[in-house]
Structures are given as C-alpha cells and as structure tokens.
Design a protein around this ligand. Sequence first.
Ligand SMILES: Cc1cc2nc3c(=O)[nH]c(=O)nc-3n(C[C@H](O)[C@H](O)[C@H](O)COP(=O)(O)OP(=O)(O)OC[C@H]3O[C@@H](n4cnc5c(N)ncnc54)[C@H](O)[C@@H]3O)c2cc1C
Length: 531
Amino acid sequence: MTAEAADAVVVGAGPNGLVAANALADAGWDVVLVEANTEVGGAVRSAEVTAPGFCNDLFSAFYPLAAASPVIKGLGLEDFGLAWRHAPAVLAHALDDGRSAVLSRDPATTAASVDAFHPGDGDAWLEMFAHWQRVRDPLLDALFTPFPPVAPGVRILRALKAAGTLDFARLAVLPVRRLAEENFGGDGAALLLTGNAMHADVPSDAAGSGVFGWLLTMLGQDVGYPVPEGGAQRFAEALAGRARAGGAVIRLGQRVERIEMTGGRATGVRLQDGTRISARRAVLADVDAPSLYRDLVGFERLPGRMQRNLERFQWDHATVKLNWALREPVPWTAPGAHGAGTVHLGVDVDGFVDFGADLTVGRVPQRPFLLFGQMTTSDPTRSPVGTESAWAYSHVPVGTVDDQTALAEHVDRMTAAVERVAPGFSDLVLSRSVQSPADLSAADSNLVGGAINAGTSAVHQELIFRPVPGLGRPETPVPGLYLAGASAHPGGGVHGACGWNAARAALATERRLGGVRRALLRTAWGRLLRD
Ligand SMILES: Cc1cc2nc3c(=O)[nH]c(=O)nc-3n(C[C@H](O)[C@H](O)[C@H](O)COP(=O)(O)OP(=O)(O)OC[C@H]3O[C@@H](n4cnc5c(N)ncnc54)[C@H](O)[C@@H]3O)c2cc1C
C-alpha cells in the first residue's frame, strides 16, 4: 500500500538526516523523514537513566564540531531553542600521579599548563594555535564540503604557500605521537593532542592520528567543547523543530526495511509494516553503509565489485559507556580536572600506545583509556545543585565483552581507572547505568557492534575511500539514492556535513536540467565498479 509521496524521503533522524531534511525543505522540496526510534536524534539524545532529576546524554555529549561547522551554524538553531553552555575549562588529562594538563579556551592559560610540563612548550603551543588560526576557515570549508574540495584547497595554498602546504599535507598522515615529539619537549601537550586523537579509532602511533588530535585540540582551544543547555536531546529537537517549521514531516517509530527501485532507480521506501512512501526525486539514507547496501538495497541489485568492496568495510571499535548520578562533584586529585567538561584518564603518553595495541590485536585493555564527561560542571541544569551528572566511555575490541561476566569485569576496570585519579569516587555514586556495545546498537542501529563513528577513521577508509573506494561523494551507484550518514565523507561526529552534502548533491542532480550531471555520475560509477 502507498501511504504518501514526497519529493524526497530521508531515512533516519540522526543529526545528518535532520540536517538533510532541513536543507531539502529550505530548497522548497517536500520531505518525509522516517525514523525507527520513537525519538529524533540518533546518537544525539538524552534521558534520565540514572536517577530522577539527572539528565544523561545517552551517546554524544560535547559538540566542538557542531560549533565550528558552517552547516550547523548556518541553521540558526538558537531560534529553535538551542542554547550552548561551556564548562569553566574545556578539557583536562588527569594522570595517576595527580598532575594534569588543561585545555582552556584562553590560549595563554593552556600554554601555562603545558609549559609546566616542559619550559618552552607554552610558546610552542601558542605557535601551533597561530598556525591553526591561519588555516582554520579554508580547512573547515574543505572538511565539510564534498570531495574534491577545490576552492578551499586553493585558499589553503594561498594561506600557507607551497612549502607550508606540503608540511600541512604531511600533518595529514603524521601519527599523533610523532606530531607531539616534533613540536613539544614534555608530556602536557602530548597528552592533550593524543587524548583528542583517540576520539577517533586510529592508534596514536599510526598514520592519520595526528590530524585528528590536532583538529579536535585546536577546535577545543578555539570554540571550546560546548554542550546544549538541558541535554543533547535539545539539540536534536532544535534540528527537528526547524525541519518541521520548513514543512518536513517526521514519522517516528517506523523502520525502513527496503529501498524501492524502479528501472534501477531509487523511487521510494517500504516500511516494516508494508507501507510504501514514494520519492519523486530522491531517497537520502542516514543509515550506515553496510546496512544500507546489504539490507535496504540488497547486494543482488548492485554491481559485484560494490559487494566485494563492502565486504572489506572496517568498523571502528566497540564501546562501553557508564552513566552516573553522583551525590557530589568528582573528588579529583588533580586540581586542573575540577572545572573541566571533559576529562581524559587511565593512561599516560606511553599508555596510549599500549591501549591502541590492545585494540588492534583484539585484547581487552587491562588499563583502559577513558573519556569522562562532567555534565553538571558544563551545564548546571543537568542535575540538582551540588550534585554531578557524569558519564565515561571506553573502547574494547568488537565482541570481547558480549557476555555479562566479561562486561562486568570491564566495568570494574573502568571504575578502577576513575578511582586512581579520584579516590573515593565510588562512594559518591547514587545510581549507575551501563550501556554495553549491544545496548548501544539496540538504541541506534547505525552503532553497529557499539561502533561510534560509522566505520573506521583510518586513512584507508577516508576521503575517496569512504565508505568504499569510489568518489568520496554522497551519490551512490543507485541513481536517486544518496548516502547521508556518517559512513560518508567526512565521517563521524556531529557536524551535519554528511547530511548537508547529500542534500546538496540531490538538489544539484535531481533538478530538471540535471541530465548532464546524472550521465557523468553513471559513467564514473560504471568505470569504478567495472570488474
Ligand atoms: C557513545 C558515543 C559518544 C559520542 N560522542 C560524540 C561527541 O561527544 N561529539 C560528537 O561530535 N560526536 C560524538 N559521537 C559521534 C556522533 O554521535 C555520530 O557520529 C553522529 O551521531 C552520526 O550522526 P548520523 O546522523 O550519521 O547517525 P546517527 O546519529 O547514528 O543516527 C542514525 C539514525 O538513523 C536511524 N535509522 C537507521 N536505520 C534506519 C532505518 N532503516 N529506518 C529508519 N531509521 C533508521 C537510527 O535509528 C538513528 O536514529 C558519539 C557517538 C557515540 C555512540
């Protein structure tokens, strides 16, 4: 049965799907967005899962990428209820010996913190930040537009000149450990850079980790790590509210089971209950790439090479997340950690290498690296006065904590890591909830196996290799179907660029005079997927 028709059907109301719906509605298309969950947001959601009055972000929590993203900034979400809040300090790395490196939004304060580890590192820090400021605008444009980023690339060349651009290209493949060694004498800056690099899944001694660490650290220095007042759900609701105001219809609690195709072209979707929604112009999928191609399209409807490429698709690591309601703020030994929104802990600079090696060889880390969020410190509305709403997550190799005993043992390891830097922490816990890798993927089917970035961020699966060797663009080999989720370039994180790029590509290709573009795409995919 066909229930309705629209210019575009968007599958999935994660931040990318919501951004795509906004962009299409802004362009005057009528849009139906279908979401499997009963809430919008995907991995941008919050709820009370520990104790009454404690708001817990269920997945993502800090939004430097959103704050810097021209896409999100351009949506004016403040008019739809979004307000950003900041912790007194952006981030701290707490060491077991009581020292900490602190990233502050004031560059001089950060410089003083890293200088305390090694005299001279403060000046080197300020130099690194000055370099970031020179390249920031074209870089963010390059990052958040579809491949190839020609115009922003020219602006980077203009800002850095030939030699500087070559150095910059080197930075793109440098391991973060090497980046820190080349620029700093002490561990303070190395801890900040490496901890931030570990927000992706690239080991600290592997090519490509440097640019992640550098990007997130410099963003933290520049725009901070803001949080939405009242919880992550408010961010998602602002995106949804704006889309609805533009005329988009959002259908919740309905899973798309199949992409409908006519004559090899995507023409709509079929829901789990059999309902069909026709798409006159395009279907945009905020769905992880393997599930989209294998389950919703079907391998049998794709060229054989596409299937083989997808069989090589590499997921990022699994995740265990703990949420706490704390009767008091965390009793950190390191003074610098008290005011930080995010605290990194559990390992030192060498410990990062051990942690990465454990994940690479499939061993559960005995000394895990934790990302810890102090949400009430960041936004006082998150829990009653004098208390703290907190969480921490850490990665494990896929499949290693699937049974309850292994999971409980790892929860104990994570708790012990917190106790080493905040003795007495456990005595403050009013209530705790655990999200296993299976819980994460049950709550958002894109988080396959507890992966948080819709596929590895390693260089062999970035740019034109994301999600599989191809164009590095949202267009798929199925005409009329666009990949709008974080499996597409530029990947994980809440910046909206994957959804935005997919919507822009659909608008350009599916307009009345888009015939030449459609023919070019057919030819390009035909050549790339020919056996
Ligand atoms: C624990 C955790 C912590 C993170 N921390 C941060 C952070 O602090 N900052 C940051 O920037 N990023 C963070 N991330 C990453 C970030 O949340 C994701 O990269 C981002 O949400 C991806 O957005 P998306 O729209 O592509 O997909 P998702 O947010 O995963 O949303 C996909 C949506 O599509 C729906 N869907 C999928 N298939 C179907 C279907 N067949 N039919 C209907 N609906 C469907 C899903 O239900 C879901 O709602 C974190 C992620 C996790 C899991």
